[in-house]
Design a protein around this ligand. Structure first.
Ligand SMILES: [Mn+2]
Length: 248
């Protein structure tokens, strides 16, 4: 039986322009691979907004989702030929990338595949319960790092190489599933990314890079090919000002 995957993404108004690009790539990707896609406006839970992904994932599980593939709004699928479904293996409930900066490795919660199991239910409750990290600069990602680390998580916010995933149903994915360009001398970037994640860079650069990479990706090229030529020209001219057309 092929696992059923719900791709879940969301953001607030401030991320609307990023999300417009992200959603274009996800619509193409999810259609190609037969995933459901849901966009949820992120609403404040009384915590910094990044935390809001946790209750959204929990809600999707309560509604019966078998797998949730969480995608931050600052992501673009640049190689749609590979399916996230293929990483699934028996006994693993959480699939994510950790990025090595040369000394330490940090799990990243911006892109995660999660399976609806009792372990996962408990794990998400534990993440949500780590109130010490509510205002940490990494928000819910800090709580997740804490829970996956063997060592206690210090204030500089980075765990070391050792982790406790031997004991838990976590599978580390190849960096191509969460490739972060421009930072740490390219150590967080894959030479052959499936998903690019424009984390830790200023919003304007992020948006420019996302637009470039999307319109050069198979989905973006297809979208331009399908459009009448007058519309293509119009888009080229208006590219900087294209508003969100869909989603929300
Ligand atoms: Mn992100």
């Amino acid at each position: 039986m092929m696992p059923e995957i719900l791709c879940l993404t969301g953001c607030d108004e401030a991320f609307g322009a990023l999300s417009d690009i992200s959603l274009r790539s996800l619509r193409h990707y999810c259609q190609r691979h037969g995933f459901r896609l849901t966009f949820q406006p992120l609403e404040s839970s009384g915590r910094p907004l990044s935390w809001s992904k946790i209750p959204l994932i929990q809600e999707a599980f309560r509604h019966g989702a078998e797998f949730v593939w969480w995608m931050d709004a600052d992501t673009v699928v640049v190689d749609p030929s590979r399916s996230i479904r293929d990483v699934v293996e028996p006994g693993k409930d959480l699939y994510l990338v950790k990025h090595h900066d040369g000394q330490r490795a940090t799990p990243n919660a911006g892109i995660m595949l999660l399976r609806n199991t009792p372990w996962m239910t408990a794990f998400l409750e534990k993440v949500w319960g780590m109130e010490a990290y509510i205002d940490h600069v990494w928000w819910e990602n800090a709580a997740l790092v804490h829970l996956l680390s063997r060592e206690s998580f210090s204030d500089d916010g980075i765990t070391d190489e050792r982790d406790r995933v031997d004991d838990v149903p976590v599978k580390w994915l190849g960096i191509e599933w969460n490739s972060i360009p421009f930072v740490h001398q390219g150590r967080f970037a894959s030479p052959d990314p499936v998903v690019t994640h424009y984390a830790s860079i200023p919003t304007k650069i992020r948006l420019a890079a996302m637009r470039r990479d999307y319109w050069c990706s198979p989905a973006g090229m297809e979208e331009l090919d399908d459009a009448p030529s007058w519309l293509q020209t119009w888009r080229w001219l208006r590219r900087g000002r294209i508003r969100r057309l869909t989603g929300g």
